[in-house]
Write a protein that binds this ligand. Sequence first.
Ligand SMILES: *Cc1c(COP(=O)(O)O)cnc(C)c1O
Length: 376
Amino acid sequence: MKTGARVPVPLLDLEAQYRPLRDQLLSAIARVCDSQQFILGREVEALERELADALEVREAVAVSSGTDALLVILMALGIGPGDEVLTTPYSFFATAGCISRVGATPRFVDIDPLTYNLDPSHLRAAITARTKAIVPVHLYGLCADMDPILEIAADARVPVIEDACQAIGARYKGRQAGTIGTIACFSFFPTKNLGAFGDAGLVTTNDGRLAHEVRLRRNHGAEPKYYHHRIGGNFRLDAIQAAVLRVKLPYLSQWTDARRANAARYEELFAEAGLLDRVTVPFEPPGFEHIYHQYVVRVGDRNRVRKKLAEQGIGTEIYYPVPFHLQKCFADLGYGRGDFSHAERAAGTTLALPVFGELTPEQLAAVASALAEATR
Ligand SMILES: *Cc1c(COP(=O)(O)O)cnc(C)c1O
């Protein structure tokens, strides 16, 4: 391994993905401009069909963002004031924020320290008479352990909402993320594995009645126009975003393969450099297929390591520095430090390294050698 040769590595390089697709993308956008149909319509319907096929699910409803996907799901399930929703304390804010926005109370269940996902062994004890849904998150692109979650949910007669925003294409015992629970949300935020040119999201379900409820609420609960059956919102997707996603979708599985190959290469390089006792690499349990939306390691003295990597031109990020139960906006939930110790420890020790598909072998080696330096 070369050392000293400084190869800058950004956390994510969207331009590397854009450049070879530029002509296709611009002509797809031009097609929408020429049609002068900008919201929902044929382009969005075509995307929905293509995504339903790719994700192996009956219903796909395109919406305005991943956050709105989760919000409209909670609305469609009739979850509101007085209800509790169980979820992880360690995720992107939207997971818990949406629960509060519909007037329900988020209740947290600690994570498994190996997978960073909700630990089903604590779940049953957290169920109360008020529990109205469970929201496992497939964090970083690894599915939560769904079978025990589904079993506990079935006993409690509550739906399971998968937050699959980071997990498009991930698999759990052969099933794809977003097809395992009752209903699921995805995000096409530009930095997600399948990214739009702005905000975009998706709801998937095999339940036709629920899909209809989501479609209704996506457009102010109206059917037909101006006859409102439900109080929904404007959760519609733009045709330009659909057109961009339709260009990118056929490449998703090869981009995922490249991310998985990068993760495997990191593990080889870290082993060669003798790093595996200082750097905890992501865990992929048997039967799970990680899609490495993020490649997250644990290191001691994380903030110092991060600073040293930055000095070597290596981009990293902390996902996420503060678990939900310690966020100021959730102070009224009554949680305190120590309540979810695995989530707290993860927030203090994890670091995301670059893993995007276009990384070169030189860049992967540069990250490994900089990490060896930084953790020495
Ligand atoms: C990105 C993300 C969301 C929200 O998606 P947006 O499209 O940014 O609104 C929700 N949950 C998780 C876990 C996410 O990573």
